[in-house]
Design a protein. Structure first.
Length: 150
């Protein structure tokens, strides 16, 4: 008899575009900060303003007006941290899930930088592929996850 756990079913359902999900961090100083659109850019902030995403090889953010934008990684930087953007077209098509963790699959990467802003409830977020950090910024290495499937 074939058995599948509830958590595995939900992850497969989400990965196939079946439902929208929040994306959050689980490390201090951004414990349970959520990915969202802040002034047109992806950032980490409070749950009450959280975005809801459809996750597969692309990640799209659904807006209340029925439109959506894609989460993309900038490729025009030589620094190891890569800016994230929200765009009309999906240019990053190698997103994936490893358990409940958001990753890029080629190359495999699960680390992000959360960098403080002047607003203590909002952090800029970057994909991290090495050790560089934005000059003059206070940043923490984090991972991003789907909410608990317990």
């Amino acid at each position: 008899m074939f058995k599948i756990s509830a958590a595995s079913f939900v992850l497969m359902f989400v990965a196939n575009g079946g439902v929208r999900s929040q994306i959050r961090t689980v490390q201090d100083p951004v414990f349970h900060f959520y990915l969202q659109d802040v002034a047109g850019l992806p950032a980490l902030g409070p749950e009450d303003t959280s975005g809801y995403f459809t996750i597969g090889s692309t990640i799209s953010l659904a807006y209340d007006d029925g439109t959506s934008k894609y989460l993309n990684v900038a490729s025009n930087s030589t620094a190891s941290y890569k800016a994230l953007s929200l765009d009309e077209e999906a240019t990053t098509t190698n997103w994936g899930l490893e358990g409940d963790t958001i990753i890029t699959t080629a190359p495999r990467q699960l680390n992000f930088l959360a960098c403080a802003t002047d607003d203590k409830e909002v952090y800029n977020v970057y994909l991290q592929e090495g050790n560089d950090t934005p000059e003059g910024k206070t940043c923490t290495l984090v991972t991003m996850h789907l909410p608990c499937l317990c």
